[in-house]
Ligand binder design. Structure first.
Ligand code: URA
Length: 288
């Protein structure tokens, strides 16, 4: 096969476009015919609509034995037909989990959040699930997706250094994210994606039962504390958070990724870290 210069330029432009859009690597060994998938989806949708309307007109059923949506998890978990059903299923799944391990398993099997389809790994948590401090970030990035652990990339390394300044390491904190799968191109998770994953995160907080919750960045503070003002206004302030077992203290602070872009703001983060350190020192000893 011979290529013309124009072909090569077009391929180069396409790859540059993919890279800008955040598509950095192929997800599968085999190529997918997305046009065929879309047509099959359309046929399946039409068949469902026709069935719901109680007639056999309009839609041609997929040939016997053919899967209407090859290589795809179902859009909602088994038994869930709509986003509302899926949200109910998320709540039921999360509530049913009696331990962190069970919660991780149930989340790994949960198919209703679209982010799961493009992520390589579930990024459930890192650190000590019995810690007195739980930190919640926004979403896994590329390194986290590859390793299946939160905060292992550049912002994670900064987070480790920040924690070390107040004498903490990952054996003394528990770390999770608002969503446990990497959004394509590291975009901010949509409100729907956050909401779909929230029952699992809330149960994770309940099972960890920390004394202090730290929200890293605006999206985390919004999702968990319901804050609507910007993070630069809400950082450094203490809030209450109801874990389901009890009400604990919660602190909003700046996200390490923001601090990498705005290093001068580290002085604000340092104030928040000192406030966290003081609050930890004031905690009564834990009675287990
Ligand atoms: N940023 C986050 O919010 N979470 C991670 O796990 C990594 C980067």
């Amino acid at each position: 096969m011979s290529f013309h210069v124009q072909d090569l330029q077009a391929i180069e432009a396409l790859i540059a476009f993919y890279a800008e859009a955040g598509i950095e690597f192929a997800l599968d060994e085999e190529p997918h015919d997305r046009f065929a998938e879309t047509e099959a989806e359309g046929r399946a949708r039409a068949a469902r609509a026709s069935e719901a309307a109680g007639d056999n007109r309009g839609a041609r059923a997929a040939p016997a034995g053919a899967s209407p949506e090859p290589n795809r998890p179902p859009p909602f978990p088994q038994g869930a037909e709509t986003a509302d059903d899926a949200a109910l299923a998320a709540r039921a799944e999360a509530r049913a989990a009696q331990s962190m391990e069970e919660l991780r398993e149930r989340l790994a099997a949960f198919d209703a959040c679209g982010l799961k389809r493009t992520a390589k790994n579930l990024v459930f948590a890192d650190g000590n699930p019995q810690a007195r401090v739980m930190l919640v970030g926004e979403a896994p990035g590329r390194d986290e997706d590859l390793q299946g652990l939160p905060f292992v990339g550049r912002s994670g390394q900064l987070l480790d250094r920040m924690l070390a300044t107040i004498g903490l390491d990952r054996t003394q904190v528990y770390i999770a994210n608002i969503v446990p799968w990497r959004p394509p191109g590291n975009r901010t998770p949509t409100p729907q994606e956050s909401a779909m994953c929230q029952p699992f995160l809330k149960r994770q907080i309940e099972l960890c039962d920390p004394d202090i919750l730290v929200c890293l960045g605006g999206p985390s503070a919004q999702a968990l504390l319901g804050l609507t003002e910007g993070i630069l206004r809400s950082r450094g302030k203490w809030f209450s958070y109801d874990t389901g077992r009890r009400t604990i203290r919660a602190l909003a602070t700046l996200h390490p990724a923001y601090l990498l872009r705005q290093p001068l703001q580290k002085r604000l983060a340092w104030r928040d870290l000192r406030a966290l350190q003081k609050a930890l020192q004031e905690l009564p000893p834990r009675v287990d």
